[in-house]
Design a protein around this ligand. Structure first.
Ligand SMILES: C[S@@+](CC[C@H](N)C(=O)[O-])C[C@H]1O[C@@H](n2cnc3c(N)ncnc32)[C@H](O)[C@@H]1O
Length: 231
């Protein structure tokens, strides 16, 4: 069942002109309207205080996620499917899915995975309440192809590596979240290894800007795009 939040997001995205999706300023505006998470308050910059704990509760920094989304929109016509491991309140997931649906009529599959019980805002979507480290998940994901995979579940080195390896072979764009976080340095360690190992087949981008109003380095988005897109 749709909630009013789902509807509002979809209607808001429908009101955005197609040429505006590549603009970072458009995304900064949209993300503030959609709302940010309010957990781990010491990570939160003053810039998001007016929108914290509201709406989609997206667990991102606007100065990282807005340029990432602007870039992602340039790839949207090729992205037909999306998997997010670790969806929490669903904010990042819904932002991806509704944007890709808006931009690509061929976008036809999205799956959210988390240990948590399915939040109400994720009710209209395919949801797996499952441990991505489990044999059951590995069995399931091994047979799936996703154009875009966003990894944001268990943030230990071993777990991120396992999530990346289990989805790598059949995915075109793989995204690792928290590559510059003081809280989970294992993600950054793995990301550096990942770039070394896959430099021949993939191009990389990083969205890691920080805020002066925050003490420390947090979040950070690492993107690996396969040069030879697999169908
Ligand atoms: C940082 S939150 C995700 C935030 C979300 N991607 C966003 O940007 O709004 C991490 C989530 O990963 C989930 N998680 C942790 N370990 C997991 C695992 N082994 N399998 C699936 N989900 C996991 C947690 O329950 C939590 O909801």
């Amino acid at each position: 069942m749709e909630t009013s939040v789902n509807q509002q997001v979809r209607e808001r995205l429908r009101a955005v002109g197609l040429s505006e999706f590549g603009s970072v300023d458009t995304w900064l505006e949209l993300l503030h309207e959609f709302g940010f998470n309010d957990e781990q308050r010491h990570e939160l910059p003053q810039e998001v205080w007016t929108a914290r704990g509201m709406g989609l509760r997206i667990w991102q920094y606007p100065n990282q996620f807005a340029p990432y989304m602007a870039w992602l929109c340039s790839q949207a016509s090729s992205i037909g499917s999306y998997l997010e491991i670790g969806t929490r309140h669903g904010g990042t997931f819904i932002t991806h899915v509704e944007t890709l649906r808006r931009l690509n009529p061929g976008f036809d599959r999205a799956v959210a995975v988390d240990l948590m019980e399915q939040p109400a805002v994720l009710a209209p979507y395919e949801y797996r309440q499952q441990d991505s480290q489990s044999a059951g998940f590995l069995d399931w994901v091994g047979g799936q192809t996703f154009d875009l995979v966003f990894i944001d579940g268990d943030h230990s080195y071993a777990a991120v590596r396992r999530d990346a390896e289990s989805t790598f072979a059949r995915c075109n764009i793989q995204v690792l979240h928290d590559i510059t976080s003081d809280i989970c340095p294992g993600v950054g360690t793995y990301w550096r290894e990942y770039k070394q190992q896959n430099g021949v087949t993939h191009d990389f981008q990083e969205f890691t800007d920080q805020y002066e109003s925050v003490n420390g380095s947090f979040l950070g988005i690492g993107v690996a795009r396969r040069r030879d897109w697999i169908e």
